[in-house]
Design a protein around this ligand. Sequence first.
Ligand SMILES: Cc1cc2nc3c(=O)[nH]c(=O)nc-3n(C[C@H](O)[C@H](O)[C@H](O)COP(=O)(O)OP(=O)(O)OC[C@H]3O[C@@H](n4cnc5c(N)ncnc54)[C@H](O)[C@@H]3O)c2cc1C
Ligand SMILES: *[C@@H]1O[C@H](CO)[C@@H](O)[C@H](O)[C@H]1NC(C)=O
Ligand SMILES: *[C@@H]1O[C@H](CO)[C@@H](O)[C@H](O)[C@H]1NC(C)=O
Length: 542
Amino acid sequence: MVAKKPRIVVVGAGMAGLTAAHKLHAAGASSFDLCVVEAGDRIGGRIRSSEFAGVRVELGATWIHGIGGSPVYDIAQKVGALESTLPWELMDGFPEDPVTVAEGGYLVDPSLVSDITSFYRSLMDLARSGSVPILPGAAAASKLSVGAFLRQGLRAYRASRPRGPRDSAAAYRGGCWTLESLEDAVFTINENVERNDTSADELSGLDLAAEGEYRAFPGDQITIAQGYSQVIEHLASALPPGLIRLGKKVEKIEWVPHGSASAFDGDEPPVRIHFEDCTTMAADHVIVTVSLGVLKSAVRKDAAATGLFSPSLPPFKREVITRLGFGVVNKLFMELDGGDEGPARFPFLQLAFEEEPPSPRRVAKIPRWMRKTPSICPVYGGSRVLLAWFVGKEAMELESLGGDEIIRGVHAALDGFSAGPREANGGNGAVDERCAPGGWHAGGSKLVRVMKSAWGSDPLFLGSYSYVAVGSSGEDLDLMAEPLPRCHGGRGAPDGPRPLQILFAGEATHRTHYSTTHGAYFSGIREANRLLQHYNYSCSEV
Ligand SMILES: Cc1cc2nc3c(=O)[nH]c(=O)nc-3n(C[C@H](O)[C@H](O)[C@H](O)COP(=O)(O)OP(=O)(O)OC[C@H]3O[C@@H](n4cnc5c(N)ncnc54)[C@H](O)[C@@H]3O)c2cc1C
Ligand SMILES: *[C@@H]1O[C@H](CO)[C@@H](O)[C@H](O)[C@H]1NC(C)=O
Ligand SMILES: *[C@@H]1O[C@H](CO)[C@@H](O)[C@H](O)[C@H]1NC(C)=O
C-alpha cells in the first residue's frame, strides 16, 4: 500500500507563502499534496504594482532595500524585470537635492537642513550600532524608545552650542520662525521619515535596543522597472495550474495541541481548515503567512471564540503577537495638471511644518492629516505624477477620504507653503538670513486626479509592516516563527501531539529582516526547509 502524501496548505499568496510553496514544490513536487489558499482575488499580498497616469507605480512594496545579497534582486534580474520602456516610479533612484520649505513659504537654507539631517543620521547610526551611550538620568537603553533617544540627542546638540544673537533676532512677524523652531521642524521631517520607514505612529513606541539588530543589505536601493509583481509572477509561474486557489478566505484553523488518541484517528490529518465559503480542507501542516495585523485581530477575537484558531493560540504566541508593533503606511499618487504649456517642474519638496497650530491669520487651512507628511516628490525627475507617504493616524484618515477632499487638502498644504503677499510676511526688517524671505511658491500647481493605497482598513492586511515596539524585542520575532504545537519531547512521541501542525512565515517572523519583501522571502524558505527536514529531504540549497 502506498502511504498517503502529507498534505501541506499554505495560507496566503504573498511573498512568504509563494516562496514556501515554490521551494516545497521544487524539492518534493511528487511527494507532497500541496496547495496555496488566498482570500483575495489576486496574488502578491502587500506587493501590488499598478499604473497611474502612464507611470508604473507600486501601491505596496517599492524598493529593493540594497541589492547586495538580496534574493528579490536576484529574481528581478533573472527574469529581466529591471528594464522597461514605460516610465516607472523612482526610475532615477532616490531623489536628491531637496527643496526644504517652511510653512509660510520660507525657503530654508540648505546648510541648516544638511547640518540637522547629518546630525540626525549620526544619532540613528549610533542607535543602529547597538552602543548607545546613556546620558545621566536617562532610562536604560533597554527601556528607551527611539523617540526619547532622538529628542535627548537634539537637546544635547543645543546645549553644546554657544547661543548667537541670531537666535532671538530671527523671529518673523508673520511666520514666527526662529532658528530653533526651524531646526526643530527640520528635525521633525527626519523623524517623520523614520515613522514612515518603520510604520510606528509614535517614535516613543519604537524600541531603541532593537534598532541594533535590524540588518540592511549593502549596495544601491532600486525599484523594479516592470513592477514588483513580476517577482511574484515568477514564483507563481513555477507552480502547476490550480495549486493556488484564489477567493479562499480561511475562517478557522482547527488543530490538536495535545496528544490524545481520541482527538484524531492515527491516519487522519490533525488540522482542519474552514473557509468562508463553508468548505473545509484537511491538512497535516498549515503554513500561516497572514500579516501580523490579521494575527492581532485574530488574537483579539480568539477570546470571543470567533478568532482564526480553534483552540486559540497558546499564551506565548498570543503575547508576542500582541507585543510586537504593526503600523499603517499609505502612498498617495497625485497627477498634476499639465496645462497647455506642459508640466511645471515640481521639486523634491520637504515640508517643515510649524509645531504649534499655525496662526489663524494663515488663509490656507492645512488639514491635520497632511501635517506629518515629510515630503511631496515627483515619482521621477520631471514627472507630472507626485508621491507623498502617510503614516499611522494620518494614513488611516487618508483612507477614509474621497478624491476631491484629498485634492483640496493637498492644495491647502501647497498654498500654506507658498509665500503670501510680501506685506504679510516681512517688511519689519526682522529677517533671519537663513530664510530667504517669502522665497518659495508652489507656482499654482493643481492636481487633477489622485490614487491611494488603503492597507489599514483592508481586512486582509490591517496595516502595512511590523516593527519592534517598546516592550517587545528581537526575541519576540523568533517566537513568532515557532511552530505549533511546541514539542519538547522530540518528534513523534507515540501519544504526543502531531508535530508541525501550524507553521508561521511572513515578514513579521524574521528577526533581522522584518518589514521587508526579502524578510518575507527568507521566512518562506525557512518554513519550507523545516518541513523538508522533517521529511528528510536535503535542504542545503536555498
Ligand atoms: C506601503 C508599503 C510599502 C512598502 N515598501 C516596502 C519596500 O520599499 N521594500 C520592502 O522590502 N518592503 C516594503 N513593504 C513591505 C512588504 O510589502 C512586505 O513586508 C511583504 O510584501 C510581506 O509579505 P508577506 O508574504 O509576509 O505578507 P502578505 O503580502 O501580507 O501576504 C499574506 C497574504 O495572506 C492573505 N490573507 C490574509 N488573511 C487571509 C485569510 N483569512 N485567508 C486566506 N488568505 C489570507 C492576504 O490576502 C495576503 O495575500 C511595504 C509594504 C507596504 C504596505
Ligand atoms: C517610506 O518607507 C518606504 C518603505 O520602507 C520607503 O520605500 C519610502 O522611500 C519611504 N518614503 C519616504 C518619504 O521616506
Ligand atoms: C529521518 O531520518 C531520521 C534519522 O536519519 C530517522 O530516524 C527518521 O525516521 C527519518 N524520518 C522520516 C520521516 O523519514
